[in-house]
Design a protein around this ligand. Sequence first.
Ligand SMILES: [Ca+2]
Length: 477
Amino acid sequence: MAEALTIAPLISPPITQLDGALRKLGPETGLRCPKDTSLKGRPQGSVRGSKYHPDRLFIVTAIPRALLSALHATYLLLQLYGETRMRRTFFAAAGLALLTTASVQAQTFKSELHDLRVVSVVDGLKDPWSIAFLPNGDMLITEKPGNLRIVRAGKLDPAPIPGTPKVRYAGQGGLLEVLPHRDFAKNQIVYLSYSKPNADASEGTTAVLRAKFDGKQLSEVKEIFEAKAWSKAGPHYAGKLLLDGKGHLFITVGDRGHDPFAGAAHPAQNLMSHQGKVIRLMEDGSIPKDNPFVGRKDALPEIYSYGHRNPQGLAMHPVSGDIFTTEHGPQGGDELNLIKPGLNYGWPVIGAGVQYGGKPIHPAREKDGMQSAIQYWVPSIAPSGLMFYTGDKFPKWQGQLFVGALASKNVARLDLQAVDGGGYEVKALERPPLLSGLGRVRELRQGPDGLIYIALDDRAGGGLTSIFRVEPATATN
Ligand SMILES: [Ca+2]
């Protein structure tokens, strides 16, 4: 039986603080699992290799990431290198990083248009993935292992909300987005997306359910979408949700990590698959009659657009109502796209990235009949969480687009302007990006108070994490 290999990003960014002994692998980027790596002893038999990328250290192990604790990862790393001096340095760096995670104080950041302070508002979360606000100000948070949490009047209820679905918590899968209906105050409806397991959890797909939430528990839970995207693979569920206020629910589905070298035969290009698609349903889960492929025998009617890789950002322009995604590219080639019905966004036929390790995937960046991105990021920032700011706390940010970034650990601010012909261009992109060094930004949402709330990704190895609030630096306690 093939071993399940896990790539575990270790605590970051201690690489710069580490002893030179650790650098002997060289400053290579990209990830691979070197079978020939000489591992002294290997008493656990579980370390398979390691790689820098470029400020983080990855180790490849046969242990599922969910079971790999920070200490365990450190121990495995020590087995890998086994040098006393490195050991002391690494423990010091790891300890410092964990301490920072556990007790984050207010931090201040300069930016081009506003000075910011960032405070931790909810602590002790496990793998938070999305944030949503209810009309009364309560905050809902999904945790990837499967829990839906609620913060009432600023206090996290220690008990998860009952009634959530069973999830396939492996790889990038788990409980993903929570989204209350725009008329939640009247109808109490919430939507949840998740990675749904098959009977023995050997495969998973992206699914969406609709339920009523009375403030305490979910009821009338009904699955309204199960993607034709079943796979044994762990990555690329996407799972972002958006209500456009015109009766539609948008859902992103990733390509499930299918072979990027499949070209036009890739399922993201196949209209009979939901892999690598943006889906549009009615709010009750039925299929809109005016969806672009309705009535075609060679296409699934839920599909709104195709040729996507892993769109983990989804937002609607506050004035025009246009829909945007951000999506993860491979190594390089992250994208911001304007989503229009029936169009092909090119993955994996066109793009700006290369396979991890450097092998070319795309013959070109553009092709007739395929949509080019509004913005590419090379190298990748790993975009996750996307929002237009419409509040009054940061007046100079009105109408601007914010992109959370996992890999670059910051937030990109884009001044997006409409151009003739119905498109958009990026007039300005703030450099250096906002909140540099805060951490791996998984989600960002505007709160009802006009402040911005950020969920930081789990610290590698299972360290609990927090929700942060971004305020004007002049705000008083
Ligand atoms: Ca594309």
